[in-house]
Design a protein around this ligand. Structure first.
Ligand code: FMN
Length: 199
């Protein structure tokens, strides 16, 4: 059953760690199994941009019992871990946030880390791959890499929240993005108001 198959979540070193943390929280609350990979700079940005100082802090933030039940953490240096194989029973992968470095590696198929390899596998298996990219402005290299991964089947979702729901808190902007990501992953959510629907 789809609901029992994990979603691979990678957090890499682009600004926007709160998106990744909120996405993890929403997936755990929705009782979705998660195969989690943190790049070294993904963890660094969590430490820089949130109040969480470590993986233990992230676990406590999500709730230790929920983490233990729904989250399996993999070492980004271990290219032999489960998500490195097409036989890993993942149903989709999301990189949130996705650095330009990781975007480039995925576009080139280099597979030099577990995040890169898992994304490469996700594309070859024709499973959904969502990349929540963040950089500004964008060079032609960034734009060409976005086009390349799009042609390969990925969905590029730049971290660019809308304002038509009149956000008043940073959390409103974060939830707007995370709601759109969850929609693409096929996870029911009511994190943000939907245009044309009563709030
Ligand atoms: C505070 C900080 C903010 C950064 N913000 C971005 C960013 O918004 N976008 C980006 O592509 N890289 C950003 N970087 C650079 C990446 O972290 C760096 O290129 C890193 O090697 C990416 O590796 P990873 O994709 O394996 O995490 C930032 C780095 C730091 C320390």
């Amino acid at each position: 059953m789809d609901g029992a198959r994990p979603i691979i979540v990678a957090v890499t070193g682009a600004s926007g760690a709160p998106y990744g943390v909120r996405l993890l929280q929403a997936l755990v609350e929705a009782e979705q199994p998660v195969s989690l990979i943190l790049s070294s700079h993904g963890l660094r940005l969590i430490q820089t941009e949130t109040s969480l100082g470590s993986v233990a802090g992230l676990r406590a933030h999500l709730g230790a019992a929920a983490w233990d039940r729904w989250v399996t953490l993999y070492d980004d240096a271990d290219r032999g871990a489960g998500p490195a194989s097409g036989s890993h029973r993942a149903r989709a992968m999301v990189v949130c946030p996705c650095s330009m470095g990781t975007l480039a590696a995925i576009a080139a198929g280099t597979s030099r880390s577990l995040v890169e390899r898992a994304a490469d596998v996700t594309l070859k298996e024709r499973r959904p791959l969502v990349l929540v990219t963040r950089e500004t402005p964008l060079s032609s290299i960034h734009l060409e890499n976005m086009l390349r991964v799009t042609h390969a089947g990925a969905v590029v979702m730049p971290a660019a929240p809308g304002f038509y729901h009149k956000p008043t808190r940073i959390e409103d902007l974060v939830d707007f993005m995370v709601a759109r990501v969850l929609d693409h992953l096929g996870v029911e959510n009511a994190l943000a108001p939907r245009w044309g629907e009563p709030t």
